[in-house]
Structure formats: C-alpha cells, structure tokens
Design a binder for this molecule. Structure first.
Ligand SMILES: NC(=O)c1ccc[n+]([C@@H]2O[C@H](COP(=O)([O-])OP(=O)(O)OC[C@H]3O[C@@H](n4cnc5c(N)ncnc54)[C@H](O)[C@@H]3O)[C@@H](O)[C@H]2O)c1
Length: 261
C-alpha cells in the first residue's frame, strides 16, 4: 500500500517545488490548495484536491488513510490583518490538527517561520538555538508561534507527532546580504522535509530551515538530529548579491524594522 502524504498549499512556491521533488516509488501525494492546481503529469502518483483546510469536511476526506501532512498552506507573509491570521493560520492549524487526530494521521510537518523568533538578536557568540523562545516580529510571526503551540498540545495530548520547520528564506538563489545566512535552497528544502517525514518517531520538534551556509546564524543541531544533511551554501553566490545590503540586528531582518507593519 502506498505511503499517503497530504500536502496543503500545494500550489504555492514551496508546494509546487516539493510536488516534484518529493516523488518516490510507493509514495502517493494528496495535493490540496484553494487555488486551482496544475494538472497531474502522466507519471505522477498524486491526486488533486481543490479546497480549503478551513473546511472540516474537505479535511476529513483529505486525511483519510494519510500517514503524514505537510502543512504549507495559509498566509505566508506579513501584510494581512489580525482577523485574517487568526482565521487562516491559527484556526486553520487547529482544524487541521483536529482532522489529523480523528483520521489517525501520524505526523504533521509544519512550515513555521523565522518570524516566530524575528526579534531574537543575531548573536556574535553563536547560533540562535532551535528552541529559541518565541519573539515574533509581526502578527504573521504570532500566527506561526500559535500554530507551533497548538501542534505541541496535539503531540503531548494525542501523540500526533509534529516537526515545526522554522524556514528562514526559501529562494532559488540568495539575493540579499541577509540571505547569506538565511538561505534555504530548493534542494535542501526537499532534504529537510524528507527528513521530517521519515525520522523515526520524532515527537515534537522545532528545527531551523536553512542551508549549510558559511555565515551560519542559526542552529542546525535539531535538523541533523532528524537526519537533515544540507548540501548547499549561500556563500557560493556571495559575489552576485544585488538586493538589500542592510546588516540586520535581528533574525527577522526587515520585519524587525521599527516602521514595519
Ligand atoms: N517562502 C519562504 O521563504 C518561507 C519562509 C518561512 C516560512 N514559510 C512558510 O512556508 C509555507 C509555504 O510558503 P510559500 O512561500 O510556498 O507560500 P505561498 O504563499 O506561495 O503558498 C501558500 C499556498 O497556500 C494556499 N492556501 C492559502 N489558504 C489556503 C487554505 N485555506 N486552504 C488551502 N490552501 C490555502 C495558497 O493558495 C497558496 O498556494 C507558508 O506557510 C509560509 O508561511 C515560507
């Protein structure tokens, strides 16, 4: 029987990449998005679900027989209102966790964000730890913290494993000075999600989502503990950076600026 994995937000930037790179023999991807999904390719072992994770019926069906969920869907950056984050990102994670629990899904891999700890200072003395206490830099960051907390509750109370990936900057190539420490390449993003999907009994984990960048500013310990071995390094592109050259003091970069939001 195929290993069924539900991917929310499958039409988004990261989802469209993972849709290709997570293909494996014996794995069936259930691709869910509110946006119309690109058609299946002939050899693709997948199905398309156009619908919202805010719809309990859609989620009950989508979770049937799934072993794991990769939860990428939702509002993926700052700029929305508090009620929107509350509904889509926070309540959405609650509805997803409930559907997962009822369908006996084993684990959720959650796309959290560096903005959960965006006001953590970048340290001279060493990397920002994996379990850095939440210091969100935006309502968006708060929605990520709340979702991590919800998944922690469901792990402790119901045994639904959860690997929360604090993704820094997912980009084809680094473009700013900040991204020389924060870059997560597409290849490493795949390696990270693959590790989060296959690590034996992970329990509840918080893991940084960055590549093996020479200007490392965050821990890779928990990533390595679940079997993530990043291969890419932003330094290879250091000579080509044309974007923002600001040396940000805090993890969240521009989101931590005084006039942000
Ligand atoms: N891209 C990055 O650098 C980055 C950094 C940190 C965290 N993240 C997180 O990773 C995840 C994916 O990021 P992305 O860049 O691919 O985002 P994206 O905005 O490109 O994709 C998000 C997708 O979610 C879908 N969606 C929104 N609401 C939905 C709903 N109710 N039901 C079903 N689908 C819904 C959207 O239609 C969209 O296709 C997000 O949760 C984001 O917060 C991304």
């Amino acid at each position: 029987m195929d290993d069924v994995i539900l991917v929310t937000g499958a039409q988004g930037t990261i989802g469209s990449m993972l849709r290709r790179s997570l293909r494996r023999p014996g794995r069936h991807l259930r691709l869910l998005d509110v946006a119309p999904l690109s058609p299946l390719e002939p050899d693709e072992n997948a199905e398309l679900i156009t619908g919202s994770f805010l719809d309990a019926e859609v989620m009950a069906d989508a979770c049937q027989g799934a072993r794991a969920i990769v939860h990428l869907g939702g509002l993926s950056h700052a700029g929305f209102s508090w009620p929107e984050y509350l509904e889509v990102n926070i309540h959405g994670t609650y509805l997803l966790a409930e559907a997962a629990r009822h369908a006996r899904v084993e684990r959720v891999v959650y796309a959290s964000s560096n903005h959960a700890v965006g006001f953590a200072p970048l340290r001279d003395g060493g990397p920002v730890p994996d379990y850095e206490y939440p210091r969100p830099d935006s309502y968006y960051g708060v929605s990520k913290v709340a979702s991590e907390a919800l998944l922690g509750l469901y792990q402790d109370r119901y045994g639904l494993d959860a690997v929360c990936l604090r993704i820094a900057s997912y980009l084809d190539r680094p473009t700013t000075l900040r991204s020389l420490w924060s870059w997560l390449s597409p290849g490493d993003c795949t390696r990270l999600v693959e590790a989060a999907l296959t690590a034996p009994s992970p329990g509840f984990r918080v893991v940084w989502g960055v590549s093996a960048n020479s200007r490392a500013a965050v821990s890779l310990d928990e990533g390595r503990a679940i079997g993530y071995e990043p291969l890419d390094n932003a330094e290879d592109y250091a000579g080509e950076i044309t974007g923002d050259q600001t040396e940000w003091k805090y993890v969240g970069g521009p989101y931590s600026a005084p006039n942000f939001e």
